[in-house]
Design a protein around this ligand. Structure first.
Ligand code: NDP
Length: 473
């Protein structure tokens, strides 16, 4: 039997697709799955690719089928399953055998596993894989983390299976330890926000302008030919146009408005709070999903207060206004995401390659869009600078923020919820206000806690007259 160049454990949605992708690119791969019967089913569906796939029915056989030094991809649920799988594998492996966790791990777990691997002298990589099943099968975006030498050992395989943007592989090493999984986490946080911005705009089209699902689909389709061209806008057009085979109704109209989530958006927000890099558009998107899940509360709210009017008088907003608001909102969201990446990277000692992060997201992943190409160019100039200050994006913001304000204020007047678009507008207004209202916060903090404040006209730390009771009558 020929030994395999790589192995994969976990033939679920992602693992099965990734294994077929690896085999298709000419690599021999061994596969194993906890529920062993799934291996046979997988092989039966592999078609001609089965000749490059070695099915195994025990961990021992799996390990024995791999060429040394071995490389093993884990594609199992994040968390305990990964630790359990590593613990089961380790006694069977040699000191140079590499375990690669390709699931959606929390990057703190990856940092811990990487540190444990270093202490034990065994190689470990944590890689983020984006693109869903389709991406895994035909070319995902891959964000690598861990020891660079270990990445170099398998990068030829990961680059071969990754998506390509104008021939360039969308697979990049981001840094040590959990850097790859952190970049993937922020990718997902941005994904939440991108999706929410689209959903809010859909709300204006549907409830404000009275468009049918099919008409909404046509609008998204048109926007996909402009600056908003992206996978998410494209699939929004497609899901809007789809018909439910059971009822004949538009598919969107029969889908319950209760959104699921697996936690990566929440992790992004938690991390932003840890490092003090605000991501309010992403926060709004996570909160919106949480509120969507509270269906009973929303029902009770509508019963008690009545539904907001929502319907807009003719001519209140144009489709151009909505498109421009989405452009401005999207720029704010990405500016926040990249700012979080830069600040967290600095805190963890990672020199995160900012332009390359934008580049690796240009194809294969869920947030892929044309705008990421311009972001890569802007970040190449000054990677640490907030994206909205880069010439190209400053110009786009200048041309579109008025429409964002018009859309958000219209939404407020007519009861169309726009948490992410509103958060984008407030972020913009705060970031362009030199004299903010935090002087009031500082005065309050000094009053009740004697925390002191800086003055605009003198250096050092000061206290207000309230400290000595002079303000009191
Ligand atoms: P699935 O639920 O489709 O498959 C999970 C796989 O893991 C199955 O093969 C399952 O085996 C195995 N497994 C589950 N628990 C254990 C365990 N305790 N020990 C060993 N094996 C176990 O998941 P996905 O393929 O969707 O996801 C896999 C990983 O990829 C996750 O981390 C996910 O977050 C990530 N991911 C998923 C994406 C997606 O779009 N689905 C996109 C990007 C990343 P068994 O057959 O025995 O149940």
């Amino acid at each position: 039997m020929d030994l395999s160049e790589i192995g994969l454990i976990g033939l679920g949605t992602m693992g099965a697709a990734l294994s077929l992708n690896i085999a298709e690119k000419g690599f021999r791969i061994s596969v194993f799955n906890r529920t062993v019967s799934r291996v046979d089913g997988f092989l039966a569906e592999a078609g001609p690719l089965a000749e490059r796939i070695t099915p195994t029915r025990s961990l021992e056989d799996f390990v024995a089928s791999l060429a040394e030094p071995r490389a093993i991809i884990l594609m199992v649920p994040a968390g305990e399953a990964v630790d359990a799988q590593i613990a089961a594998l380790r006694p069977l492996l040699g000191p140079d055998d590499l375990i690669i966790d390709a699931g959606n791990a929390n990057f703190h777990d990856t940092n811990r596993r990487a540190a444990e691997a270093v202490a034990q002298g065994v190689p470990f990589l944590g890689i983020g894989v984006s693109g869903g099943e389709e991406g895994a099968r035909h070319g995902p975006s891959i964000m690598g983390g861990g020891d660079r030498a270990n990445w170099d050992r398998v990068s030829h395989i990961l680059e071969a299976i990754s998506a390509k943007y104008e021939g360039e592989p969308c697979a990049t090493w981001m840094g040590e330890g959990g850097a790859g999984h952190f970049v993937k986490t922020v990718h997902n946080g941005i994904e939440y926000a991108d999706m929410q911005l689209i959903a809010e705009t859909y709300g204006v089209l549907r409830d404000g302008m009275g468009l049918s699902a099919a008409e909404c689909g046509e609008v998204f389709g048109r926007w996909n030919d402009g600056p908003l061209r992206s996978y998410l806008v494209e699939i929004s057009a497609r899901v809007s146009a789809a018909t439910d085979p059971e009822t004949g109704s538009p598919m969107l109209d029969v889908i319950l408005d209760r959104a699921g989530q697996k936690g990566t958006g929440r992790w992004t927000v938690i991390e932003s709070q840890q490092v003090g890099a605000p991501v309010p558009v992403i926060e709004a998107a996570v909160a919106a999903r949480n509120l969507s899940a509270a269906l009973e509360t929303r029902r009770a709210g509508q019963e008690l207060f009545g539904a907001a009017p929502q319907s807009l008088p003719d001519g209140t907003l144009s489709l151009d206004d909505l498109e421009a608001a989405m452009i401005a909102g999207k720029i704010m969201c990405y500016a926040q995401g990249f700012d979080l990446l830069a600040r967290t990277g600095a805190q963890h000692g990672w020199a995160l390659p900012m332009p390359e992060i934008a580049e690796v997201w240009r194809e294969g992943c869920i947030i892929r869009s044309d705008m990421l190409n311009d972001m890569a160019a802007a970040l190449r100039g000054e990677p640490e600078r907030n994206l909205i200050f880069a010439d190209y994006f400053a110009d786009l913001v200048a041309r579109n923020h008025v429409a964002l304000r018009k859309v958000v204020s219209t939404g407020a007047l007519h009861g169309l919820p726009m948490p992410a678009l509103s958060a984008a507008l407030s972020y913009f207004d705060m970031i362009r206000t030199e004299r903010s209202t935090a002087n009031m916060l500082q005065a309050q903090r000094d009053f009740f806690g004697a925390h002191g404040f800086e003055r605009i006209d003198a250096a050092g730390k000061h206290h207000g007259p309230w400290a000595s009771g002079q303000d009191r009558p």
